[in-house]
Design a protein around this ligand. Structure first.
Ligand SMILES: Nc1ncnc2c1ncn2[C@@H]1O[C@H](COP(=O)(O)OP(=O)(O)OP(=O)(O)O)[C@@H](O)[C@H]1O
Length: 285
């Protein structure tokens, strides 16, 4: 499999009053043209891992790694200016809530046109035609009308699809989606997922899909990294998640509600302090 991204020994550190807090501790993985899920409970370091790849950790937070290699090029050696061109152009990121990412005072159309012209030499008319095409690609039914609308006039699902359209304009090799569907209801969630799925298949893109939803990730992704306390504790084929070997993953699976076999009480995940330091389990075969 072609490796698009290789992350080796990634640490994200925050100085606090009580010393350095390691939010991400020695995470390593590679990404091909696939859908790679990152799951784990709140605070396990999923978002920080995604943001660190794009060097979007706010100071005084620090990123350290042996390398974060994008097709062989170590991103850690790039200047901020070079990094700006990687962001968006080669790697795009979609966040949970589009309301915070879209500019509220510009129409959707103006924002997409602007994003397109930032990355491509194009006249306004050409950029507009491209914007309409992009909106159609993310299954927006009436793109002419949507172009004239403001972000607050959009539903959550529509806003998220618009964000995905904007992120895809520069044709990135990698899309990092951080809880992209958690604010959406289930039917809209399905639409957004199928759009991302199509893009991975048709464009040969690599997708990092960050989520706390184990069921969703096991159905949608090809492989899954399970994070606990800043580390990857297990790597699994998504469809084999139920055969996971690490007690933390087994605990997470055990604490999911089951609708077909209701239990009087959900299992509580008992965390073993030894999990914080134990080596990660590779169960991809
Ligand atoms: N500026 C900061 N200073 C100190 N600690 C931070 C800072 N930002 C994040 N953290 C800590 O880093 C850890 C990892 O956070 P991260 O957002 O990656 O978790 P997550 O797994 O994505 O959780 P969630 O699912 O809730 O988004 C958390 O314990 C968080 O409190």
């Amino acid at each position: 499999m072609t490796t698009l991204l290789d992350v080796k020994n990634l640490w994200v550190k925050f100085p606090t009053r009580n010393g350095i807090f390691d939010a991400v501790r020695g995470v390593s993985f590679s990404l091909g043209k696939e859908r790679l899920g990152i799951v784990g409970e709140s605070g396990s370091g999923k978002s920080m891992t995604g943001r660190a790849i794009l060097q979007l950790i706010r100071k005084p937070g620090m990123i350290e790694a042996d390398h974060i290699a994008l097709q062989g090029q170590n991103l850690l050696n790039l200047s901020e200016k070079q990094m700006r061109s990687v962001r968006g152009k080669q790697i795009s990121m979609v966040m949970q809530d589009p309301k915070f990412s879209l500019n509220p005072v510009l129409t959707v159309g103006d924002q997409i046109v602007e994003a397109y012209r930032l990355h491509n030499k194009a006249s306004k008319a050409e950029a507009r035609a491209k914007a309409l095409e992009m909106l159609e690609a993310v299954s927006i039914r009436d793109p002419e009308r949507v172009m004239k609308a403001y972000p607050h006039e959009m539903s959550g699902g529509m806003g998220q699809r618009i964000m995905i359209a904007m992120m895809l304009i520069p044709n990135p090799e990698i899309l990092i989606a951080d809880e992209p569907t958690s604010a959406l209801d289930v039917s809209v969630q399905g639409q957004v997922l199928s759009i991302m799925d199509r893009l991975v298949k048709e464009r040969g893109m690599g997708l990092i899909f960050i989520s706390h939803d184990l069921n969703l990730v096991s159905q949608f992704c090809d492989r899954v990294l399970i994070m606990y306390a800043g580390r990857v504790v297990e790597v699994c084929q998504a469809d084999k998640l139920h055969e996971a070997k690490h007690p933390y993953t087994q605990g997470l699976l055990g604490s999911l509600p089951k609708f077909d076999a209701p239990r009087p009480r959900l299992e509580v995940l008992n965390r073993d302090p030894a999990w914080r330091e134990a080596p990660s389990v590779e169960s991809t075969s």
